[in-house]
Design a protein around this ligand. Structure first.
Ligand code: SF4
Ligand code: SF4
Length: 60
């Protein structure tokens, strides 16, 4: 979002939507369908941030 730091590159967000694009279909915006996640016995996810103080959290 404009006014925030880009989640992929060292720059401010220019709303290019690259971070929202589907990994399998570049014409699609990710709808969290899960098709790109190949679950085996275990799976991992990337955690962007952990809040230890509830007062620091704000819904974006
Ligand atoms: S929309 Fe583009 S500029 Fe903004 S955070 Fe996503 S990749 Fe970065
Ligand atoms: S969750 Fe679905 S829409 Fe999102 S990147 Fe994966 S396959 Fe594409």
């Amino acid at each position: 979002m404009l006014g925030e730091k880009c989640v992929l590159y060292d720059r401010d967000c220019i709303e290019c939507m690259e971070c929202e694009t589907c990994d399998l279909d570049p014409k699609k915006i990710c709808d969290n369908c899960g098709k790109c996640i190949d679950f085996q016995d275990v799976a991992s996810i990337k955690i962007d941030k952990i809040y230890t103080n509830p007062a620091e959290y704000s819904e974006e």
